[in-house]
Design a protein around this ligand. Sequence first.
Ligand code: NAD
Ligand code: G3P
Length: 330
Amino acid sequence: MKLSILGAGAWGTALAISVAQRHPTLLWARDAAQAGALAAERRNARYLPGVALPPGLEITSDFDAALAHARDGLIVIATPMAALREMLSRLPDDARAWWLCKGFEAGTGLLGHEVAREVCPQARVGVLSGPSFAQEVARSQPTALVAASADQALREAAVEAFHGDALRIYPSADPVGVEVGGAVKNVLAIATGVCDGLGLGLNARAALITRGLAEMTRLGLALGARPETFMGLSGLGDLVLTATGDLSRNRQVGLRLARGQGLPQILEELGHVAEGVYSAHTVVDRARQVGVDLPIAAAVVELIESRLTAPEAVRLLMSRAVTEEFRTSA
Ligand SMILES: NC(=O)c1ccc[n+]([C@@H]2O[C@H](COP(=O)([O-])OP(=O)(O)OC[C@H]3O[C@@H](n4cnc5c(N)ncnc54)[C@H](O)[C@@H]3O)[C@@H](O)[C@H]2O)c1
Ligand SMILES: O=P(O)(O)OC[C@H](O)CO
């Protein structure tokens, strides 16, 4: 099966390295100079240093050539969430496409499948998510992902395309749950980074992850997700990885906020997208629209928008009124 991966950041490059070992794969970079450097050096020095590109992986900055390559195959959108709408709008009507980005679209508050419904209703689409640090996938370390789409044939195509010796693919028919998990875990990883950066201890970290999972699940159920999805790879799995793994950019944002570093400097030093920063406000807004309370995510918004310091955010969360552990309503 032919694959074109749109976006040559860390994750697009890592997935391209993985699938190019099994399928004719083309990696599109929007910047011609970056595409030239990737092709000449056979590595992605800016976004994924230290990993060689396999000889069969083709590189281009020609968008039409990328679409043509995958005409009978699959397109994979590997840009940040902020560029998903633009990428989807450039696809042919009958495209078969998967995206890798995790978040709610800033401004509209939409999840990826809702953006696709607006922009390319004829296309057959899905989301590939789950616990997956790009550096580990690029080095063929064992990883399990979930491929979620309402389209069963497209789910089968994803297994054919992505499944391999080091990459297990679990199909899912719950794109809502998978996308909510991927978006909310990024915000919770910022919170856990703050918690660990302040040295609040392992009890606090476990509490934050568990109560964060409750927030993710409450929002997902209100948006029509299946409850079991939050116990799966794109829910609990990705939350545990991102909240505890130091390779996470979102966790790094939290660790550095706890040290008192300013957000603009943190983002500049990271050099990669940290989707939780851009999604936090939108996650909380979307939850409010459906009557769901997300205290941890709301505290992250206060912190990144500089209305609270990290210790003040902790005091706010600890002083909340007592509630039942499992609420019967939002
Ligand atoms: N890095 C990971 O381990 C990982 C794993 C799973 C999911 N993700 C998700 O995948 C998405 C991409 O993450 P990443 O780590 O590759 O980011 P990154 O910061 O490493 O790279 C982003 C890439 O997108 C490109 N880009 C930005 N805006 C664009 C636009 N308007 N049009 C075309 N290209 C554009 C950039 O040039 C860059 O190549 C994010 O939503 C992230 O949450 C990342
Ligand atoms: O580095 P992060 O925080 O964007 O997380 C990367 C992936 O989403 C982990 O699954």
